[in-house]
Design a binder for this molecule. Sequence first.
Ligand SMILES: [Zn+2]
Length: 144
Amino acid sequence: MSWEKEGKEGSLLKWYDIMEAEKYEYTVGPAGERFFQGLKENKIVGSKCKKCGKVYLPPRIYCEDCFTKIEEYVELKLDDAYLDSFTTIYQNDDGQKLTEPVHIGLLRFKGVNGGLFCYLEGTPKKGGRIRVSNFNYPLRISIE
Ligand SMILES: [Zn+2]
């Protein structure tokens, strides 16, 4: 790594920096760990604020509404899940047409703040019962 400094006393300094990195790794944090552990057990886990009762998905460690530290994790019920919105992708990142379109949806739960982006199997539609066919992230869901 190398850098150059520009500027003089009392003025803002700027660094021109080159960072040589071959691989980035970061932890998912305590709430993320609970979330991903839940997926391994075929569960969707959110976190619940003990002060105001708000439930978050993906789980968070602080309530963004009342700033209370969150230490309770709850399993969300698929009976409360619904497809909020979806989109269909016809081209890859290079602009080439896909052999099959890909459907991406926003999965939400009644009474829960937030949601998860998922791959949709079959014909996407709003309404209907959500079934998770694959709990590996990102989830694959279908609507019955
Ligand atoms: Zn709260």
